[in-house]
Design a protein around this ligand. Structure first.
Ligand code: ADP
Ligand code: MG
Length: 276
C-alpha cells in the first residue's frame, strides 16, 4: 500500500475513534463545531461559526460579547429550543442534535432549567404554584414538586413569600422565583440569558449570590449570558463570543484578566460590556 494510502487509513481510524468516543461522565454540555445560519429576508446571517465547547459538572460559566455576536443563538441551541445548521450537541451525555420534538421536550424538562431577563412568571399563580408547575410535567419525579418548591424558595430567601403573586413581589424577588422554578426538576444544567438585565444593582447582587450558592450546594452547572461586567467578573470561566466565534475562554479572576477587567471598569461610561 502506498504511503498516502496508509496515512488515509490512519486518519479514517482516528476519525472513527473520535466519533465513537462517549462523552465523559463529568461533562454536562458538549458542543461540537456548531454552525447556525439564519435567513433574514433575502440576507443570510451566519449567527454561529464553528463553536466547540466542553462544560463540566458544577461549572460557573459566563458568556459575554457584543450585541449580535450569537450569545442568545448559542443558548437556544444548547437548550434545544432551536437546532444547528451543522455540528452536534450533547446534554448530560445525550445527543440532542436530531432529536424529535417530544423527546426534546422531555430532555428540556429533565435536564435543563431556563432563566430569562423578563421573569415570565404566570401572574395568576402564587410563587409556590409557579415554582411547582414544571414538576407536574416531569416524567421521572425525584421529589414531591410541592415540597421541593418550598425548599427552593426557602433557600432563595423567599420562605415568607410562598403565597404572594408575582405582582406583589419586587423584580429581584420575581427573578428568584423564576430561578427556583428552573431548578424544581433538579436539572444538571441551568441556562440564564441576561438574568440581571432587568434588575438594579442590589437585586442583581442578591441574584448572583443565590446562583453561586446553588452552584456550590447542588453542583448544578450554571451558564450565564450577561452584558454586566460586575456579573462577568464573578464567573469562574468566561467565554467571549465575537462574530459567532469563541474569541477568548479564560478565568476572569486570574491576575492578567483582572487587570483587563478593572481597566474596562474604569473606562466604562455605562454598564455595557464591551469586547474583552
Ligand atoms: P446576541 O444574543 O449576542 O445579541 P443573537 O444570537 O441574538 O446575538 O444574534 C446573532 C445574529 O443572528 C445577529 O446578527 C442577529 O441579527 C441574527 N439573528 C438572531 N435571531 C435571528 C432570527 N430569528 N432570524 C434572523 N436572524 C437572526
Ligand atoms: Mg441576546
Amino acid at each position: 500500500m502506498s504511503c498516502e494510502g496508509v496515512r488515509e487509513m490512519a486518519i479514517a481510524r482516528d476519525a472513527a475513534q473520535i466519533a465513537e468516543q462517549p462523552v465523559a461522565d463529568d461533562v454536562v454540555l458538549r458542543a461540537e463545531h456548531l454552525q447556525k445560519k439564519l435567513k433574514m429576508g433575502e440576507v443570510s446571517v451566519h449567527a454561529l461559526r464553528d463553536v466547540t465547547l466542553t462544560v463540566k459538572r458544577g461549572e460557573f460559566l459566563g458568556i459575554v460579547g457584543p450585541s449580535g455576536s450569537g450569545k442568545s443563538t448559542l443558548l437556544g441551541l444548547i437548550g434545544g429550543l432551536d437546532s444547528p445548521t451543522s455540528g452536534k450537541i450533547y446534554i448530560d451525555g445525550v445527543d440532542i442534535t436530531h432529536m424529535n420534538e417530544s423527546r426534546l421536550t422531555e430532555i428540556r424538562n429533565e435536564k435543563i432549567g431556563f432563566v430569562f431577563q423578563f421573569f415570565n412568571l404566570i401572574p395568576t399563580l402564587t410563587a409556590l404554584e409557579n415554582v411547582a408547575l414544571p414538576g407536574q410535567f416531569a416524567q421521572k419525579r425525584r421529589t414531591n414538586p410541592q415540597r421541593r418548591a418550598k425548599e427552593l424558595l426557602g433557600m432563595l430567601g423567599l420562605g415568607d413569600r410562598l403565597h404572594h403573586r408575582p405582582s406583589q413581589l419586587s423584580g429581584g424577588q420575581q427573578q428568584r422565583v423564576a430561578i427556583a422554578r428552573a431548578l424544581v426538576n433538579e436539572p444538571p444544567l441551568l441556562l440564564c440569558d441576561e438574568p440581571t438585565g432587568n434588575l438594579d444593582s442590589e437585586a442583581s447582587n442578591m441574584v448572583m449570590k443565590m446562583l453561586r450558592q446553588i452552584q456550590q450546594t447542588t453542583q448544578t452547572t450554571i451558564l450565564i449570558v450577561t452584558h454586566n461586567i460586575e456579573v462577568a467578573s464573578q464567573m469562574d470561566r468566561l467565554i467571549t463570543l465575537v462574530d459567532g466565534q469563541i474569541a477568548t475562554d479564560v478565568d476572569p479572576r486570574s491576575s492578567a484578566q483582572q487587570a483587563a477587567v478593572s481597566l474596562l471598569k474604569d473606562k466604562r461610561a455605562t454598564n455595557e460590556f464591551m469586547v474583552l
